[in-house]
Design a protein around this ligand. Sequence first.
Ligand code: GLU
Length: 550
Amino acid sequence: MSQLLADLLFPNVTETRDDLLKKYPVRGKNVVCTRLAPSPTGFLHIGGVYTALINRKIATQNNGVFMLRIEDTDKKREVPGSRKIITNVFNELGIKIDEGVTSETEEIGAYGPYVQSNRVEIYHILAKYLVEKGLAYPCFATEEELNEIRKNQESNHITPGYYKEYAKYRNTSIDEVKSFLALGKPYVLRFRVSDSAPERIKINDLIKGELEMDNNQNDFVLLKTDGIPTYHFAHACDDYLMHTSHVIRGDEWVSSLPIHIQLFEALDFSLPTYAHVAPVMKQEGESRRKLSKRKDPESNAEFYLEKGYPTKALYVYLYTLINSNFEEWYLANKDKDIEEFEVKFENMGLSGPLYDLDKLNNISSEIIYETSLEDNVNNLLKWANSYNVSDYNRFQNDLDFVKKIFMTQGPNSRERRKDLRNYSSFMETFGFLYDDYFNQSDVSEAQNFIDSVGKDRVSLVVNAYINYFNELKIENTAKTLKDLAKELGYTDKKKFQKNPEAYIGIFTEFYQILNLALSHKLNCISVDDVIAVLGFDEVINRLKKVLEWI
Ligand code: GLU
């Protein structure tokens, strides 16, 4: 009966499970093989990158293989162009793909195809095998029939589902199946859960430890009406035939483990080792929630490319989230390649780590600070070339100017500044040094400040600055800006508060007036740095412009 049914349902399938095992031989003893298996939804979540890095590291640390597989069995959720987006993120971030999909059109490796929609024949061979063994059957239940079954169960206080005696098409005769097929009735292929399936099961998870849970009792779907597999069936087929040793995936799949274990057993496949990763979380008020595609732009992996974060910053930050001991290791081993750090499952948290963009920004500023001038210029150009062509042309027009700006930054600079958090904020941070950008910049911050300080005082200070820089330009005076501030009657906060009548104001105001003249902002790089980039004449010119303006 089973063989007849199998031939009836899959008349064109001639290959067998054994043929597949020959085609996809075991990789060798104890070869570690991991994978990321994103769905092509038009978006790669930063949690996907996080999980990819764990998979990549575990493979590398064991001289193993890391694969990228595209899981496109849910056609409703598929967004065209996703494969390009996903592989582009991998390539840009330098996450090496040993096997699988490597670009929009290419894939590498002997265990492919690596896109599930190209593996339908494989799923059908294994589906036929399950039918032959009496472990799968066609179910012709309509939506109405399924609803009716559920309603009956609910009114009799019975656990709802499609199982045992409630599985209406479990024991359909071969003649009936034939007549349904002749009528063209749509059907799904369901798994037949064994009547002797235990109530509870235990499984070991490398992150979560031993898990005990209710077993699955439902005759779940293997192939949908269009013959496309469900995620569960494809997972068992692919991860066995590709010989994935460690399935490291999001912990939303923990609850599906009973189904997966039943499938591996039924297919007579050895079970991979599982490690379920908790999702990255975001603090919102008092509570925590998953980083959301809809609400949080930073949930999108492409965000980091568009913003121009150095790849290393993202790695350092994500490793910090992956392993609790990474940060300490990193600070103690600044001279080492971060890839020397060993990622361990036992150092992964059970609850999802908190995602904090400010922390990434700090790490990133630190890394840009430590990056050589040449590399910073190249990184900036590379970013601009991909994401902002007009900035790219501006930089290319005068590379020396870009270099001069970077000379104000880093450990060899006068003030050891670290103003840049990512390459896309270059113009926001240093744009004022470009005349056209400066002339068009928003002056409301400056205007409000002048209004609050008072025009007379601003003009007094600006005139003093003009004289000072004129003098400084011709003779190297020993007088500092602080001396000038004191001459004008500025002092520190403490002294001012004690005796406000004796002074004109506090030092901060004095420096802010200069910053506003130079950049239209209250804070900017030091005047010495501005002089180094623009020269005395332009500094004096910008100060004079303030006098015209007030
Ligand atoms: N396609 C699944 C997802 O995007 C992957 C789950 C897995 O890694 O097995 O969530």
